[in-house]
Design a protein around this ligand. Sequence first.
Ligand SMILES: Cc1cc2nc3c(=O)[nH]c(=O)nc-3n(C[C@H](O)[C@H](O)[C@H](O)COP(=O)(O)OP(=O)(O)OC[C@H]3O[C@@H](n4cnc5c(N)ncnc54)[C@H](O)[C@@H]3O)c2cc1C
Length: 327
Amino acid sequence: MKEKTPHIAIIGAGLAGSVLSNRLTEAGFLVSIYDKSRGTGGRLSSARLNDTSADLGAPFFDIADPEFQTWLATQPTARLWQPKHISFSNKALTKPSVYVIEPRQSALTRALMEGSSFISQCRVGYIWPEKKDGEEQIILRDEQGKGLGSFDAAIVATPAPQAAPLLEAVPRFAKRASEIEPTINWVAVLQTNAHTSTAELITGEHPVFSRCIKDSAKPGRSGSDRSEVWFIEANTSWSTANKDRDSEAVFDCLKSSLFDLLNIDAEVISYRCHRWLYSRNASIDEGFLWDAAQRLGAAGDWLQGEGSSGAWRSANLLADQLIKDLQ
Ligand SMILES: Cc1cc2nc3c(=O)[nH]c(=O)nc-3n(C[C@H](O)[C@H](O)[C@H](O)COP(=O)(O)OP(=O)(O)OC[C@H]3O[C@@H](n4cnc5c(N)ncnc54)[C@H](O)[C@@H]3O)c2cc1C
């Protein structure tokens, strides 16, 4: 280890930022994580609903990537779940094996960030390399221009469109990020007084939905026994066509389609409807971005593989590189 402990700024407390933080704090680095949101998780965040909560982002982790699966199995709050699965045309399908985090998906990111400083509700607006006391440093400012400090390296772990302006100190990185076009997805989570028994995961062809998931059937979910919580995800073409509608109108449409599908007429106790502007994206499969001279890098699902396992892989690959270069 160099004489001075390296201090790394990470922008984004999603899966990539939190995995990177975990690896770097374990290697003895100081880590400060900035996020514009109140909580951690990014696209693994959850929404409060009356006396319970529901996953509003990625509802579970599929385990197609064996190394990601092995890692998940070691996480103390990860639970294997095999939801009862049917198609939108009511055909029984094989139960998939997926992982969920107890009591909510975002708890994984919070646990991984132990040992780092978390600065919430802080939107980073500017990152630039600077010489300070004869040493190369990188400085951060928030969107109002207020200084946030100087660091030995800054890592942008946000969706690509939000990363592009933060990577301008290395124009080729900013260009790579600006070329990514994420998909849009409307998602609603709702707590109802319904009691359905048919399915916990519904997938297939549907004019509105990509999938519907009974969130309250996941292992370790708390809340009233008298209610059911559903996660409903509109498909990309419907979401794109309805991108500019207000969230109440979108919710009414998603709720009616769900009630028709389940053949119920229930009371909605509580709900949240959210438009994910940067839901998912193809990846450029470069693993990560890192410029050792400018001390600026990036990790996330747009850099390696796709989805959660891509974010996890990208963060691990960048952690290996930073530990090699800065320790
Ligand atoms: C509805 C939905 C369903 C999904 N389903 C699946 C699935 O089934 N399987 C799967 O593998 N993947 C799924 N995904 C994708 C998966 O959630 C993401 O790939 C993964 O969580 C990305 O993690 P990340 O850390 O790269 O980015 P994010 O989770 O987006 O984290 C980035 C963080 O950066 C913060 N941020 C952005 N800009 C700034 C700024 N300027 N200053 C400070 N903070 C900033 C954001 O607030 C956010 O917290 C789904 C995503 C959504 C939205």
